[in-house]
Design a protein around this ligand. Structure first.
Ligand code: GBH
Length: 449
């Protein structure tokens, strides 16, 4: 028996996203996405990288499924590129786009791996972007229609769906901060409207997927809430941290799980509140079957009676260790605390870690191997915290490493490698890194080694 064993049915997986791994972005009649459009503006992406070839899972999917089989994963989380199926976002269907996903789904199933599909991981059809993108509620309706259509075609074989990935990243990052497509810097009210519309898109897709699928299909959401960790594990700090988690994530995760904006959020946003109806809140707050969480980096909290809401978020000190990218501060406790807060606050649904991982300055060594000691340390320590959650009875049912293989890291292009499998971008050769061997051994033992 290992010290850090997981429950027998724990689901081990790996994750990717269409725009980041597929390449061949305009093959077989696919329409342009807003991300491809964004990448084509010189100076937008580091090194002006564009994943037209990228990791080429579009052509190499059979090889990648064999890698998954070698790893021993039981589930593969990937996303569908909306513009491959509806090149203009609505209306005309491109059957060749769906054919690719059918080939991938069938290959996975033939190898004993469950497909877990994300309907939207940021690559919006450019035609919809030009009509206002996530500022326009017609985009939410179009997303529902696309989701329902896809469900009607693949739910004979695919039983697990996520609506959207990380609402904050395709709304605020794209329309407020400008670092993601479409690269705008709008005012606060408009940005809050995109965030609300992202939640509405989730709700509309949830309804459409359910309406077009048999009863054994289950649907959830992937969110990346702020991860609030009590600096000290005493009841008062834990309670303050739970409150911070609920309010700091009030515009997305709390809204979706509770079906209304918390009063404190309404007070804080004031005149910058988005426009919405009660009917929209019903769609947004419809119960989900499971909760996907992408967890990377923590924020620390202490109780503070003198603070207006009773908690204080502690700024990380300048020497706080980070992985090989500025935003990813090391803090394995968040992999325990975020599932715990969700369970304490909202109870009942199974929780999956749908992403966790880190970039590393990977190099092929002279013996042809990649010794990613930092990623291996990161995964080991984070996984121990996932194990702690399962040992304490929190319904954490599975874990998907980000990422199966090196891929296009959005505005940072190919400079940041998140894979447990190395990709040589000239030859497309895949080489499992040391962390892949570590992960494979953990899966085989069903424990953190
Ligand atoms: C997830 O985003 C995404 O789902 C996945 O696609 C992505 O590859 C992975 O994590 C790793 O980033 O460069 O300082 O402007 C997690 C949220 C989105 C946070 C991109 C960092 C860039 C910040 N990340 N963001 S910065």
């Amino acid at each position: 028996m290992h010290t850090y064993s997981f429950p027998k049915d724990f689901l081990w997986g790996a994750a990717t996203a269409s725009f980041q791994v597929e390449g061949h972005l305009e093959a077989d009649g696919a329409g342009e996405s807003n991300w491809l459009h964004f990448c084509r503006k010189p100076g937008t992406i580091e090194n002006d990288d564009i994943p037209l070839v990228g990791s080429s899972q579009y052509t190499l999917y059979k090889e990648d499924v064999q890698l998954m089989k070698w790893l021993g994963i039981k589930a593969y989380r990937f996303s569908i590129a909306w513009s491959r199926i509806f090149p203009e976002g609505t209306g005309r269907i491109n059957p060749a786009g769906l054919d690719y996903y059918n080939r991938l789904i069938d290959e996975l199933l033939a190898n004993g791996i469950e497909p877990w599909i994300t309907m939207f991981h940021w690559d919006l059809p450019q035609a919809l972007e030009e009509k206002g993108g996530w500022l326009n509620k017609d985009t939410c309706k179009a997303f529902g229609d696309y989701s329902g259509y896809v469900a009607s075609k693949i739910t004979d074989r695919v039983k697990r769906f996520f609506t959207v990935n990380e609402i904050i990243c395709f709304t605020r990052a794209g329309y407020g901060d400008g670092g993601s497509a479409p690269g705008l810097r709008l005012g606060r009210k408009e940005v809050n409207q995109t965030i609300h519309n992202g939640c509405l898109a989730h709700g509309m897709a949830l309804a459409a997927l359910r309406a077009n699928a048999p009863k054994d299909v289950i649907v959830g959401l992937v969110d990346n809430p702020g991860n609030y960790v009590p600096a000290i594990e005493t009841p008062e700090h834990i309670e303050a941290t739970r409150k911070a988690f609920r309010l700091q994530n009030g515009q997305i995760l709390t809204l979706i799980r509770e079906g209304r904006y918390p009063d404190e959020v309404i007070a804080d946003l004031g005149a910058d509140m988005p426009e919405y109806t009660d009917e929209e809140l019903k769609l947004i707050g419809a119960p989900i079957d499971f909760q996907g969480l992408n967890i990377y980096t923590p924020e620390y909290v202490m109780a503070d009676d003198s603070a207006p809401r009773g908690y204080r978020i502690i700024p990380r000190c300048a020497s706080h260790p980070q992985m090989n990218v500025e935003w990813l501060k090391f803090g394995p406790e968040c992999l325990y605390w975020t599932p715990r807060h969700c369970h304490d606050l909202w109870n009942t649904v199974p929780i999956y870690i749908t992403e966790n991982g880190c970039p590393s300055a990977d190099r092929l060594a002279s013996d042809g191997e990649v010794y990613d000691t930092d990623r291996t340390m990161y995964l080991r320590t984070y996984l121990r915290n996932a194990q702690r959650a399962t040992a304490e009875g929190i319904p954490l049912k599975g874990y998907f490493v980000w990422s199966l293989l090196d891929n296009f890291e959005w505005a940072q292009g190919f400079q940041k490698r998140f894979g447990i499998v190395y990709v040589n971008y000239s030859t497309l050769k895949r080489t499992p890194k040391m962390s892949a061997k570590f992960y494979r051994s953990c899966i085989a033992a069903n424990a953190v080694l």
